[in-house]
Design a protein around this ligand. Structure first.
Ligand code: TUI
Length: 311
């Protein structure tokens, strides 16, 4: 299946894995790349040297292309921007900010740059700055989100720019895949479904929460701080939302979420930890290998796209 995205990245299927902090480590990234998608190492809040080790691990098991996601609020973002160049990584995606200041050095090193954007204005700015494509991410996504839905965002972004658009947010099966292409996207970015992959190292309690989740089981915390984050409702989100309603200050709210994603992913504390997940979690019914996830999505998606309707 050829699109501008598969051609420029050298991948078999137009499926890119989300750059999920703590979750998108070398095992998951290598599995997605081996299955023909673009695996991504999520730098999240990790130190630059940790990211370098993750990159080296992926290189040990696959020759296929993979990328690194740089969460731009990471205090070591500058160093990580250099690590991807030093390690010869071919693709960078970015999140939670504006990557303009790194664009020149990445372009000079022939790194493909794919910023994640949540608005038309940011998409235009990224195109002007030399981005190779953008991920247009709707607020159905898990983690740090914008304020517009995938259905509304993707066609507005595809109309506004000429570089390829990758749709994200609320996509986890062939129907979402086909829908994204109908909206003008040339690939999809998938996060939540890969969290439940066999190769995903998240704690079994985290996977169980995902598989159990229904459509309305996520909550958005941090609306008042300017950093809205979607995760599965639990004791932590309830306490956070209660504090927000009471007008708690930023530091008090921060205390509740400091290290809380790690707590859920690594320790399996699904009560006090942050279980980041998208609204599509309700669709995910079982753990599956990445290869099977990708094959199912592409097969079902292509069948739908090839179906013609008659009156
Ligand atoms: O980045 C994400 N999702 C994330 S990052 C993350 S780590 C984190 N943990 C706790 C609190 C906050 C973050 C978890 N999930 N998605 C991509 C994305 N980027 N969504 C929205 C944006 C975005 C937001 C603002 C992109 C650009 C932007 O620009 C602001 C500016 O600097 O002008």
């Amino acid at each position: 299946m050829k699109t501008r995205v598969t051609e420029s990245l050298g991948i078999t299927y137009p499926i890119i894995q989300g750059g999920m902090a703590w979750v998108a480590e070398h095992n998951l990234a290598a599995a997605v790349s081996e299955a023909g998608g673009l695996g991504i190492i999520g730098a999240g809040g990790a130190p630059a040297e940790f990211v370098r080790e993750q990159i080296q691990q992926v290189k040990k098991v696959t020759d296929k292309p993979f990328g690194v996601n740089i969460m731009l609020m990471n205090p070591e973002a500058d160093a990580i921007a250099q690590v991807v160049i030093d390690e010869g990584v071919k693709v960078v995606t970015t999140g939670a900010g504006n990557p303009s200041k790194y664009m020149e050095q990445w372009k000079a090193a022939d790194v493909k740059v794919i910023p994640v954007v949540a608005s038309v204005a940011m998409a235009k700015l990224m195109q002007r700055g030399g981005a190779d494509a953008v991920v247009a991410e709707g607020m159905e996504s898990g983690g740090h989100i914008g304020s517009i839905t995938t259905m509304a965002l993707v066609p507005q972004v595809t109309d506004a720019i000429d570089i390829p658009v990758i749709a994200a947010g609320g996509i986890a099966d062939g129907r979402g895949f086909a829908a994204a292409f109908m909206l003008g996207a040339e690939a999809v970015q998938i996060g939540t479904r890969f969290v439940a992959a066999t190769e995903s190292i998240v704690h079994e309690n985290y996977k169980a929460m995902l598989i159990k989740a229904k459509d309305i089981d996520s909550a958005v915390t941090g609306m008042t701080t300017g950093h809205p984050v979607r995760s599965i409702r639990n004791k932590m989100t309830k306490e956070y939302l209660k504090l927000e309603k009471e007008g708690a200050d930023f530091m008090e709210l921060e205390k509740l979420t400091l290290g809380s994603l790690r707590k859920a992913v690594v320790e399996g504390d699904v009560v006090n930890g942050t279980i980041m997940a998208g609204q599509i979690a309700g669709l995910i019914k079982k753990e599956q290998p990445c290869r099977e996830i990708i094959a199912e999505i592409v097969d079902e998606g292509l069948a739908l796209l090839n179906r013609t309707y008659e009156k």
